[in-house]
Every structure is written in structure tokens, then in C-alpha cells.
Design a protein around this ligand. Sequence first.
Ligand SMILES: C[S@@+](CC[C@H](N)C(=O)[O-])C[C@H]1O[C@@H](n2cnc3c(N)ncnc32)[C@H](O)[C@@H]1O
Length: 245
Amino acid sequence: MVDKQNYVHRIFSSISKRYDFLNSLLSLTFDKSWRKFAVSVSGLKPGYRVLDVCTGTGELALAYAKALFYKTCVIGTDFCHEMLTIFKHKLEVKQIENVLIPVEADTLFLPFKDNSFDIVSAAFGIRNVADVQRGIREMTRVVAPGGRVVILEFTQPTNLIFRGVYYLYFTKILPLIGNVISQNQNDAYGYLPNSVMTFPDKNQLKEIMEECGLRDVKVYLKIFGIVAIHVGRKVNLSNHLSFRF
Ligand SMILES: C[S@@+](CC[C@H](N)C(=O)[O-])C[C@H]1O[C@@H](n2cnc3c(N)ncnc32)[C@H](O)[C@@H]1O
């Protein structure tokens, strides 16, 4: 587990400066619309307390803030200092340092009390956490009863014909372009398809979320299922108890 943490940390430290550019290039800019969609199904309302873990350069945190016209406070956590530096720079340029708060923190040990947020999310992040189940349990701990956990992640498309073409791009072409442009020595863009292939599929991820205490888990797929957005609700204990008694 420590090995994976260190490896992932090293990868994101080394690609931080080209991360946003390569995300847009390699996803043909679809990444922005996926994050926007995740915000739209998160149940976001004015005044909500929002936490985005594994926030990286802060793109999903920014999407939440933008959806509420920069009137809500969003916290973004990540354990990679270099990724957060890019996030902070964006806030300075946009002069919105008072709306978004980057915090250096490990998703496995979030520095927040239980039930602190209305929405807790992760975009392309939870796959990189050394212990996925523990990460989701920690996200669930800090979301309030009735609040939502939102996970946007790559997944494996089920259509066999599309899958063949897509895997050719994803496992051969994407790593080549990504590693060259990022000038990365750690095969960061080879790690991407490998980590997606070994990550739980959409049904398994749904089950993990349920095991972590989330209910009514909805799964939305994008572009033949290369990306999935899972949204689960933390059980509202008071309703639960009043129902039982
Ligand atoms: C692929 S990037 C995603 C960034 C951003 N959420 C986005 O939508 O582009 C994954 C991020 O997860 C972070 N990460 C991985 N494991 C982590 C952990 N255990 N705690 C905190 N951050 C972690 C990495 O540092 C990296 O910034």
C-alpha cells in the first residue's frame, strides 16, 4: 500500500505542470463535460458544504463553485503539493481565493469531523488511492446523513467492438502521446490504462459504495461507458431509526 502511495505521489508530482493540458488533449476536451455532468447529478444547492478529494489541479472543485456563481465555499484536498500549487495559481489568477480552499491531505485520513459536508466527491481520483474501499469509507464518514458521495471514474466499456478500438487508443496511443508531451520518465501515462483495467468495474464499485454505507447508488455512463459517475446517498440515521421504532 505504501509503495502504491509513493508511486502515485511521484507520478502526479512529475506531471502536474502538463496535467490539465494533457487531460483536455487526450480526452478531446470531454473531461470538462464529464465533471460538469457530475456536478449536475450531485444534488448541489446554494449554501451546500462541498468537499472534493483527490482534487489535483482543482477542476471539479472549480466546476462546483462555478455552478453556484462562486457563492459557495468548496474545499479541495490532495496529498500532492505540486498539483495543489497549480490549483492555487488558478485561484489567484481568477481572484477567487476566498471561495475555494485547497488543503494538503490524504484521502485515507481526511482532517474533518464526521458528517461535515453535504457533498463529497472524487474525479479520476479514487482509482489512485492505495486502498479504494478505505478511501470511500473515509469520504462517507465526512459526508452528512442525507448527503451524497459522487465518484467520477474511468471504467471498462462493455460493447466488445467499441472496446477493441478504444483499448487500442487507450493502451497504445494515449501512453505514447502522454509520456512524450509530459516528458515523463515514470511511465505516468502507461500507469493510467493499467490502473483502469485493474480498478473495480461499475457494478463492483457500486457494491463497494453500498458496503461503505451508501444507498440508492445511481450509475451514469458516458461515451459507451468509458466513464462512469456513481452517486450514493448516506443513510439518514434519524429517518432510519424512526422507521425502525
Ligand atoms: C488523476 S488526478 C485527478 C485530479 C482531479 N480530481 C481531476 O478531476 O482532474 C488524481 C489525483 O489524486 C491524488 N491522490 C491519489 N491518491 C491520493 C491520496 N491517497 N490522498 C490524496 N490525494 C491522492 C493525486 O495526487 C492526483 O492529484
